[in-house]
Ligand binder design. Structure first.
Ligand SMILES: NC(=O)c1ccc[n+]([C@@H]2O[C@H](COP(=O)([O-])OP(=O)(O)OC[C@H]3O[C@@H](n4cnc5c(N)ncnc54)[C@H](O)[C@@H]3O)[C@@H](O)[C@H]2O)c1
Length: 394
């Protein structure tokens, strides 16, 4: 179908501040482009780095006022809390170990929060953030960005309405090869902290990309993991954290799964793929071709669904921006999450009630579940790849 569509109307009254994402960083700039895409909020304050010069350079380049560029995240949260035109929410895009103290202070100061995954490096801390955000009635989004693709929402909806029959088996993989060589020994910024347990947490590979598998499969299928058996491997010389992981999963209700994530899979860029097999049909979705989904059926020919051409469910179609054949990708998926989050926040600020569709972004409870999953994978592997139960609290 050839039909244009305006972006979401935008809510120019919202403002945000960013912690992390200075020059040389990876994901902060993606967040900035994503939040700006639908004009959901204006970036008005920043502490982009521990290096104040970097914060100044980054902030001035972005056109921010000097008096809203802060030396530390504490200064930003304290300083903004005192302003009449204080920011509405904080975006946290720093390495994993800093998420908890920053998010905790942000909530204490009454800011809504968008934090990147994994939410924290300890599930008790993650639960504390969930409890605090609830007590203080503050919105909290955890940017499992792939959940923002229209095709992912469509798959979620058709599985929920029973199109696949009963889910029997899930196979999900996330192979990359960027750590196939000892990149961290060259001083490369992103590899340095991801291979350091003090900054990455208990796991590198499962924490960094295996966590996306856990979230995506849960979102798509609605299944809860009952127990898992994990083997976390270290192939890189002198590494102390995993760079490859194989995980068997038992879901509540009897379905089974197999997850593989790797940073040493030579020849792979970002090959995140999920295949879900039901009693009547299956789906096959690949992040590198996110506009399409292959569906197989027990009783009719295979179909390739196309975003923009074929009918998607209403809650998926609402996120389609451009006609079919014009690829939408990572930025748009990220922006979809921001459009939903800022839309919900604008309604909340206006005192309007929020419905389930308003809250269709990855929330703090998903963040907590993700951290518990990482911990259980590490526990299973350390005990010799034994089965461990995931259900219940730590
Ligand atoms: N959702 C996704 O798909 C996705 C993708 C990539 C990264 N991430 C997550 O985003 C986070 C950042 O990853 P990255 O690859 O951008 O890291 P990065 O190393 O490229 O950037 C981190 C930034 O945080 C800054 N920083 C560190 N400590 C700080 C502090 N105390 N105060 C202010 N700034 C500080 C650094 O100076 C740097 O600018 C990680 O938690 C990572 O897991 C998520």
């Amino acid at each position: 179908m050839i039909e244009g569509k305006d972006s979401a109307p935008g809510v120019k009254s919202l403002t945000c501040g960013m912690i992390g994402g200075g020059q040389g960083a990876f994901i902060g700039d993606v967040h900035r482009k994503a939040v700006a895409m639908d004009r959901g909020a204006v970036l008005s304050a920043g502490c982009f780095s521990q290096d104040a010069d970097n914060t100044l350079r980054t902030g001035l380049l972005l056109g921010l006022d000097r008096d809203r560029l802060y030396r530390t995240y504490g200064d930003l949260l304290e300083g903004e809390a005192k302003r009449e035109d204080r920011i509405d929410f904080v975006i946290i895009v720093t390495p994993n170990h800093t998420h908890f103290p920053i998010a905790e202070l942000a909530l204490q100061k009454g800011f809504h929060v968008v934090c990147d995954k994994p939410l924290t490096t300890d599930s008790r801390e993650a639960q504390k953030l969930a409890d605090m955000s609830r007590e203080k009635d503050l919105l909290f989004c955890v940017t499992y960005a792939y959940a923002g693709y229209p095709m992912v929402k469509h798959i979620r909806d058709i599985i929920a309405r029973g199109d696949l029959g009963e889910i029997r088996f899930v196979q999900a993989e996330y192979p990359q090869d960027w750590l196939a060589t000892p990149l961290e020994k060259t001083g490369q910024k992103q590899s340095l902290w991801r291979t350091d347990p003090a900054r990455a947490g208990l796991s590198n590979c499962v924490g960094d990309i295996g966590s996306h598998i856990e979230n995506m499969v849960t979102v798509m299928t609605g299944l809860s993991i009952h127990s898992l058996c994990a083997r976390l491997d270290i192939f890189g010389e002198d590494r102390v954290l995993d760079d490859n992981a194989s995980i068997l999963v038992n879901y509540e209700g009897g379905a089974k799964g197999l997850y593989w994530s790797s940073q040493i899979a030579v020849g792979n860029d970002n090959g995140f793929r999920v295949r879900i097999f039901g009693t009547r049909a299956s789906v096959d979705w690949n992040q590198e071709q996110p506009n399409y989904c292959r569906m197989g059926f027990i009783d009719k020919p295979t179909e390739i669904l196309s975003r923009g051409r074929d009918d998607l469910t209403p809650s998926a179609a609402r996120y389609i921006r451009i006609p079919s054949g014009h690829p939408e990708g990572y930025y748009e998926a990220f922006a979809n999450i921001y459009a939903t989050f800022t839309g919900a926040l604008a309604k909340k600020k206006a005192g309007e009630p929020l419905c389930a569709a308003d809250l269709d972004f990855p929330d703090v409870d998903e963040g907590v579940r993700g951290v518990r999953y990482i911990e259980k994978c590490v526990e299973s592997s350390k005990k010799g790849s034994v089965w461990v139960e995931l259900t219940g609290k730590k």
